[in-house]
Write a protein that binds this ligand. Structure first.
Ligand code: AMP
Ligand code: ZN
Length: 469
């Protein structure tokens, strides 16, 4: 498996630190609003990377934080007259709902910055002790950027260019910094803001230190993969490297993966530009599987332009796969239970070719666009090779392969089975009969079957009533 590493600007063979295991950290959203579909791109893309690694047999420890202390959260809290915590908790809940609807798996751990303040104070203290950081008079703590000789290695920037691009300290009002390149690790609180005590002042952490600390706590000092959107390369990830490597004297992350932007009218989609759609808005018009399909139809390192036409094309693309699976299910229902014919055995042997093509695409830096093409070819194969004369064994083999490959991409291609009113009534009658025979195990089992299908039973004086959850 080859992955493109922003650090070396090369595709490299992936070698985990511990055979069979992958540690992966993905910078998560700042939670002050519903997430937009730009934020959804790294979620879907890196969830797919994780799923593919799991398909390859790796055990993936996947950590993705929520930044729950930030100027924007505080501003929103003041606007609404509620606490910052209320805002962040509300949008974490909403974000998790969107993630579930996009079939993004929950991370192994979703740490919250505000729960990790002690670790941040420890890391900042260690950096001060080692001479990599210093507190200013007002209690702000800065990182001494120039002291880290490798600063700029991720973004391939040179310190002198950075210096040239910086305003003078006097103009920027940051005269307490030793050097314009220094960045904040801890800042003093302002009136009405959430704050924590620290050796330097009551205040709150800078954004970059949060990820260095959460990555270390949940994954260790050296990890396999660190990922996020390409806007995070500089300064966020560059600063994370500086903090972590100076504190731990270890390589922070071996592979750095960055997704390109989701654009709209060829401009970056962002909250500040106001040109965004929330995931929730899209969900009003489409099943979010369509959004997932849309995101995966391009390579993650290519810019992707959002448009109504492309969403329609994605819907049609996904429908083609879903319809093929529906058709195979129908054929399966009527097919003979005989063993595969010799001809079918020969045809079924071709199925592994599609999987090979799929894996080759994914092994080449997660080329999901080509992986989807391999699924389409499999659908075409199904439509030409399976018909009413096929055996159930053959129909199943083809159907299972389409579902399995789609599942690696996190695409759900089976229609949810609707339970009909008549079936519900039948099961309820069976449950009543079971109860009469004092077969309570069976009666409970039926209640659970119905519950799993979203049907709630109520025993009333007039008999059993039911409703859909
Ligand atoms: P934020 O909440 O702005 O910190 O962003 C959370 C994640 O979404 C980061 O990994 C960003 O790089 C990513 N992101 C934000 N906007 C876009 C976009 N338009 N396209 C792709 N990724 C984005
Ligand atoms: Zn981060």
């Amino acid at each position: 498996m080859r992955v493109y590493n922003t650090l070396t600007k090369n595709k490299e063979e992936f070698q985990p630190l511990i055979p069979g295991k992958v540690s992966m950290y993905v910078c998560g959203p700042t939670v002050y609003n519903l997430i937009h579909i730009g934020n959804a791109r790294p979620m879907i893309v890196f969830d797919t990377v994780r799923r593919y690694m799991e398909h390859k047999g790796y055990e993936v420890n996947y950590v993705s934080n929520f930044t729950d202390v930030d100027d924007k959260i505080i501003k929103k809290a003041i606007e609404e007259g509620v606490s910052a915590e209320e805002i962040s908790q509300r949008y974490i809940t909403e974000c998790k709902k969107d993630m579930a609807d996009m079939n993004v798996k929950p991370a192994t751990t979703h740490p919250l910055a505000t729960q990790e303040i002690d670790g941040m104070i420890d890391m900042i203290s260690a950096l001060i002790e080692k001479g990599y950081a210093y507190p200013a008079e007002d209690g702000t703590v800065y990182f001494r950027t120039r002291k880290f000789k490798e600063y700029g290695k991720l973004s391939h920037k040179n310190l002198d260019d950075l210096q040239g691009g910086n305003r003078s300290l006097l103009v920027s009002g940051e005269e307490q910094k030793e050097d314009p390149l220094d960045f904040v690790l801890w800042k003093p609180k302002k009136e009405g803001e959430p704050s924590w005590p620290s050796p330097w002042c009551d205040g709150r952490p800078g954004w970059h230190i949060e990820c260095s600390v959460m990555s270390k706590k949940y994954l260790g000092e050296e990890i396999d993969i660190h990922a996020g959107g390409e806007d995070l390369i500089f300064p966020h990830h560059e600063n994370e490297i500086a903090q972590s490597e100076c504190c731990n004297d270890k390589t922070f992350a071996r592979y750095w993966l960055h997704n390109a932007f989701l654009n709209i009218d060829n401009r970056k989609m962002s909250k500040s530009l106001g040109n965004f759609f929330t995931v929730r808005e899209i969900s009003e018009k489409y099943d979010l599987q369509v959004l997932r399909f849309f995101m995966l139809s391009a390579h993650y390192r290519s810019p992707l332009n959002f448009s109504a036409e492309l969403m329609e094309a994605s819907k049609n693309g996904l429908d083609r796969i879903v319809n093929a699976v529906e058709n195979l299910k129908f054929l399966e229902g009527n097919a003979s239970g005989d063993a595969m014919t010799a001809e079918e055995v020969a045809k079924a042997a071709q199925l592994s070719e599609f999987e090979k093509k799929f894996d080759e695409a994914m092994d080449d830096d997660f080329n999901t666009a080509d992986a989807i093409t391999a699924i389409f070819e499999l659908v075409k194969y199904a439509n030409t090779n399976v018909d009413g004369t096929s055996t159930k064994a053959f129909v199943d083999a083809v159907k299972d392969k389409i579902i399995a490959l789609s599942d690696i991409l996190g695409l759900i291609v089976e229609k949810a089975e609707e339970i009909l009113d008549a079936d519900i009534e039948k099961l309820i009658e069976e449950r009543q009969a079971a109860r009469k025979e004092r077969n309570f195990a069976r009666a409970d089992e039926i209640r659970d079957i119905l519950l799993a299908k979203g049907i709630i039973l109520k025993d009333t004086r007039e008999g059993v009533k039911w409703e859909r959850a």
